[in-house]
Design a protein around this ligand. Structure first.
Ligand code: SAM
Length: 189
């Protein structure tokens, strides 16, 4: 699935589940599916809202690096941004990822990606999901894929946002019961 160099780092970050209580990282099977989606779509301009220690970032970046893609990943916690940066460097993926430290709602408004985003992974404060979508909206490419995490684990909290995603004109959206459960939303071209 990934090179030995990348896998060693992914395995180390995976073990944080037993070592820190604020990793909040997606399950491994879900991370693998996200990497496959990036590969299938040959996504080149990826945005991740919620880096944490970089577990999902490593998967998105490893897949994107295979076809020259780039990941912008945002987290408000400086300690996590620092740790994610070290892991990405160790995996040889530092050039594939730009890490942004700050509130995603602010960062997204000033972020200028080289190309409109064709893949967006929303995995931060659930109550702010609408604000993230509003902030990234003008930077979405035709055909873009939006993945919203935790639709099974936080079903009640995310229910109104899922209703919004399923009501967006020119988008198609469905739930995927893998890992934390995620909503897979695709913009029609
Ligand atoms: C669920 S964790 C992300 C897990 C990561 N995607 C993974 O699977 O490895 C959520 C992260 O979002 C960050 N966060 C929460 N609200 C945020 C905001 N408004 N702006 C930026 N980061 C935020 C938290 O610091 C936390 O690290």
């Amino acid at each position: 699935m990934f090179s030995d160099r990348v896998r060693v780092v992914i395995d180390r970050v995976d073990r944080l589940r037993d070592q820190v209580d604020d990793h909040w990282q997606i399950p491994r099977d879900e991370a693998m599916v996200l990497a496959q989606l990036v590969r299938i779509g040959r996504c080149i301009s990826i945005c991740e809202i919620g880096t944490s220690y970089g577990f999902s970032t490593l998967h998105l970046a490893a897949a994107a690096s295979e076809h020259g893609g780039h990941v912008h990943s945002i987290d408000a916690d400086p300690k996590k941004v620092r740790a994610a940066g070290e892991s990405l460097r160790e995996a040889g993926l530092a050039e594939t990822v730009t890490l942004h430290e700050g509130d995603a709602r602010t960062v997204l408004t000033s972020l200028k990606p080289q190309a409109h985003f064709d893949f967006v992974f929303i995995d931060a404060t659930k109550a702010q999901s609408d604000e993230y979508l509003d902030a990234v909206w003008s930077k979405l490419a035709p055909g873009c894929v939006l993945v919203t995490d935790n639709t099974t684990t936080h079903a009640e909290e995310l229910a109104p946002f899922v209703v919004r995603l399923r009501s967006l004109p020119d988008f198609a959206s469905c739930g995927v019961p893998v890992g934390n459960g995620f909503e897979l939303t695709v913009r029609r071209r």
